[in-house]
Design a protein around this ligand. Sequence first.
Ligand SMILES: [Zn+2]
Ligand SMILES: [Zn+2]
Length: 270
Amino acid sequence: MAVEFILILLSPIFIIAIIMELLKRKDSYSIKEFLLNLGLALSHQATDILAMLALMPLFFWLHSSFAVFSFELTAFSVIVGFILQDFLYYWFHRTSHQCNWLWAAHVVHHSSNNMNFSTAMRQSLFYPMVGMWLFWLPLIILGFEPKLVLAIVALNLAFQFFVHTEMGPEFRLLGKVFNTPTHHCLHHASNPQYIDKNYAGVLIIWDKLFGTFVCSDGEKPRYGVVGYQYDVSFFDVVFTPWRILIRNIKQQKNIISAIKLLIEKPSKLK
Ligand SMILES: [Zn+2]
Ligand SMILES: [Zn+2]
C-alpha cells in the first residue's frame, strides 16, 4: 500500500527526529506514553491497510467510470493534487472537531497532555471506519489516479509528523504559508482562545482564508482535551470516546435526534 510504504520509507527520519527531541526535551516524554503512541500508530496503520485493500476496487471503479479529467503523472499534476488534497484535509480536520461521529476518532490525537513527535503517531484505529477516505473521493472523481491520491495523503501525513514538537524554530517567514510547530502546538492547546483553530495539514493559508487562524497571544498552550482526562491506556484512549457517544445516543428519544447528535458539536456530550 502506497501510504504505508511511504511512511515505512521515511521512518528512519522519524526515528532520528525522536532521538534528537528526546536528548533535548526529555521532560516531554514518558516511556509509557511513547509505547502507547507507538501502539496507536501501528493499530491505525493495520486498520488503514485493511480498509484500503477493501476500498481500492471502489476507488478504481469511481475513477474509471466518473473521472472528469484525465491527469498525466507530471510534477505539475502532483503539485496540484497535493494542494487540493491539503484543502480537503483542512475540511476533514475541521469537520472532525465539529461533529461527534468524526471526533470520536480524532480525539485520540488530542488526548495527550504532552506535545512531542510521538504525539503525531497518536491516531485512532477507527479513522477508516468513520470515513476519512470519503474526503479524498473528490480527487479521484476529478481524475487523479487512486494510487497517487493515497501517496499524496501519506506525504501530507508525513509532513505533519514534523509539526508535533515544541523544539523547532519559529519559521516566521515559512509560517506565513506553511503549517509550523508553532501553529500546530496551538491547535493542540485547550486554552479557550486557541480551541478549534489552526486545522492546517501542510498549508496554513486555509485557516487564514476560512477564519480559523490563530497566533499565540503569549499564553503557553495547555495540552489535552477539555472536560476529560484520559489514562495512559490503549483501551481508555481508543474506546472511551465511543463509550461516551453510545451512552448519549441511547439517551435519545428517536432516530432523528440520535442522528442529530452524531453530527452535533462534541462539547454537548455528557
Ligand atoms: Zn485536531
Ligand atoms: Zn496534531
